[in-house]
Design a protein around this ligand. Structure first.
Ligand SMILES: [Cu+2]
Length: 299
């Protein structure tokens, strides 16, 4: 019918796809930041024994998603360009239905993709929460609205954070100084996570790991900090009014410095460990009752 129409060139779509792939590979070659997938942390040295594993999982997932994206966008553009309506088209194109191979493909392919992502995620999560093997240091972290308590279980000492709403005259979420968690470098540390009130989440962004703290349930994970330094920690689960102020510092130090800090805690009288029953719930309730009382008087 259109014998005189020149054959449409289909190469540009392929060329663009290829070019995009080359740009991605070139970018990943030139910057450590890109190679880490823009994750927080240090690109010169791993911060913990787990960060390398998490970076691989993240970057691998991204590359897989990008490949799927490029194929999908490429096919969409190809359909738009090649099968667009032409001036001489006056009928519906061939309608495709009950195409069993095609339907099997779009059921099997996504299941395969999810299966691959699940396999690698499960493999890494299992490794990071595996508490088997020798543990050199035990720390219990307790979440509370809105701060943290840390029990250094092996050293029989504790640190307690001032709660955000307790600061200053009026209740405020701004704390000048946050509680600090100390960790000895290169020691395999098991964390026990608990909560006194609502669900919190223990998160040190540069460690590339977070885990929920659930009332009535204890979660554990193991990590070896491998780089001396100071890091920031925060709550990663919306837990109420001052959730954004639920912050802490992390200091990874040499063993001698860590021992000196523990001795300092003990000298301050912070020996033993804080229990889960210790709670500000009553204080909070009385404050809330007072608020309600004031509000009803105003009304
Ligand atoms: Cu919280």
């Amino acid at each position: 019918m259109h014998a005189d129409t020149p054959r449409r060139k289909r190469r540009p779509v392929l060329a663009w796809t290829g070019l995009a792939a080359i740009v991605v590979v070139a970018l990943s070659g030139c910057s450590a930041e890109v190679q880490r997938g823009w994750l927080p942390g240090n690109s010169e040295a791993e911060v913990t024994d787990q960060t390398g594993r998490v970076v691989s999982l993240w970057v691998g997932s991204w590359i897989a998603a990008l490949i799927v994206g490029l194929i999908t966008w490429g096919l969409m553009l190809w359909c738009v360009a090649v099968y667009r309506k032409r001036r001489s088209d006056d009928r519906l194109p061939v309608q495709l239905r009950y195409h069993v191979p095609l339907e099997v493909m779009y059921i099997v392919l996504p299941i395969l993709m999810v299966g691959v992502l699940f396999f690698y995620t499960n493999r890494d999560m299992t490794a990071m929460t595996d508490t088997g093997g020798p543990i050199e240091n035990h720390v219990q972290a307790i979440g509370k609205q809105w701060s943290w308590d840390f029990n250094y279980l092996d050293d029989d000492a504790y640190e307690t954070g001032v709660q955000a709403q307790d600061v200053g005259e009026a209740r405020t979420g701004v704390l000048a100084e946050q509680v600090t968690l100390w960790l000895p470098v290169d020691e395999r540390t098991q964390f026990t996570l608990d909560s006194r009130d609502v669900i919190h989440s223990f998160w040190v962004p540069e460690f590339l790991f977070k885990l929920d703290m659930i009332p009535g349930r204890t979660n554990t994970f193991v990590v070896t900090p491998t780089r001396v330094g100071e890091y920031r920690g925060k709550c990663a689960e919306l837990c109420g009014e001052y959730h954004s102020s639920m912050l802490f510092n992390v200091k990874v130090v040499e063993r001698a410095e860590y021992d000196a800090h523990i001795a300092e805690l003990k000298a301050r009288g912070q020996s033993g460990s804080l229990g889960l029953e210790w709670s500000r719930e009553q204080d909070l309730n009385s404050v809330n009752e007072q608020d309600l009382h004031d509000a009803s008087e105003e009304g």
